[in-house]
Design a protein around this ligand. Sequence first.
Ligand code: DQA
Length: 147
Amino acid sequence: MRIAVLNGPNLNLLGTREPAIYGRATLAEVERAARERADALGVELAWQQTNDEGRFVELVQGLAGHADGALVNAAAFTHTSMAIRDAWLAVRVPFVEVHLSNIFAREPERRRSLLADLAVGLVAGFGALGYQLGLEALIEHLRTHAA
Ligand code: DQA
């Protein structure tokens, strides 16, 4: 099973970026822990991060036929990007939305996700652990809903 992990803007700055909200783990550390979990669960992980909306759209478009599912932290694009929403509508690869922070307990403009209703489910508020929880939930979903 192949799982893509897509990370959006400013997540490359994890570790130093607003640590009180996002924690002290770097993106490389989050990736390492997710890879360990993926290995234990016997799935292949393709990890990406981009600060560019167009690139993010291309990454989503590229999933068709290449990934069984995706774990997605679209970061600020979550709240703004109709283009990324349209890409998911076109591609229809099952995904779990993940956020380090609980976006529903933050500023009003962060409480809306343009992706959440398209997702299998959403994990928010558990920091870096959310990636592992989301991965586990996604794999379980894919295994039990296999065509
Ligand atoms: C985030 C929440 C977003 O509102 C924010 O723009 C981010 C990170 C999170 O993981 O908590 O960059 O997606």
